[in-house]
Design a protein around this ligand. Structure first.
Ligand code: CA
Ligand code: CA
Ligand code: CA
Length: 232
């Protein structure tokens, strides 16, 4: 707490990840990256959007199950119960780090989109090098397949496999598939800036996931009751 913020900007070499969790995330991503990506182009990622969207929305059921007091957010206690049920053995510190990493508006409760990001990070972190391609890491095979698609998409973008997507990598990914249109470079930069929340010039997997929940539109699902309760 209260550390010196120090030099911002230059995320060149020697850039130190903020938390242990962050460095584990990068390590897990680098290991996964060494296996390569099945994505062929940026468009092939976009084509998967509807399916990913559909699958992530189904997460809402899980979210509601874990939101024991039904206040629309998952607090730390609820999250711990949730992890126990899923047999996810994270340490207290890891749970705290995860919680803080995903609780972006800092109100001590996971909203739905934050919860989706958190589960996907758990999926990535639960990757066990000694048990590659085990059937299921979390007991949710369909959802895990979607998470794998998201990891795969990130690996596609991370050309140099360092666990981060740089602006140049984003530009490369988008411009190499669109046939030399002038505008595609600008789009790439815009997309990149949308993703790079902390403006450090690099997009990590967490930032990528949050951007994704916005792109597929699950972040504005907050108050629209599908039951259509007409409360006026
Ligand atoms: Ca709750
Ligand atoms: Ca990279
Ligand atoms: Ca960033």
């Amino acid at each position: 707490m209260g550390g010196v913020q120090g030099k911002e900007g230059s995320p060149k070499k020697g850039w130190v990840p903020e938390t242990k969790l962050e460095s584990k995330m990068v390590e897990a991503m680098q290991r996964r990256a060494s296996e390569g990506s099945t994505m062929k182009s940026f468009n092939s990622i976009i084509l998967k959007f509807p399916k990913i969207d559909e699958s992530l929305r189904k997460c809402k059921v899980i979210f509601e199950q874990f939101d024991a007091d039904k206040n629309g957010a998952i607090d730390k206690e609820e999250l711990k119960h949730c992890f126990e049920k899923l047999k996810i053995s994270f340490t207290e510190e890891e749970i705290n780090d995860l919680f803080e990493a995903c609780d972006i508006n800092d109100d001590m409760g996971m909203k739905f989109n934050e919860f989706v990001v958190l589960l996907c990070l758990v999926y990535l972190l639960k990757e066990d090098p000694t048990a590659l391609h085990a059937k299921s890491r979390m007991g949710m095979p369909t959802l895990e397949a979607t998470f794998e698609t998201l990891v795969d998409a990130f690996v596609f973008l991370d050309k140099n496999k360092d666990g981060h997507v740089s602006k140049n990598e984003m530009i490369q990914a988008i411009t190499e598939t669109t046939t030399g249109e002038r505008s595609s470079g600008r789009i790439a930069v815009k997309r990149f800036e949308e993703m790079d929340w902390d403006k450090n010039g690099m997009v990590n997997f967490k930032e990528f996931l949050f951007a994704f929940t916005r792109w597929v539109g699950i972040d504005d699902a907050e108050d629209d009751d599908e039951e259509g309760e007409a409360t006026v």
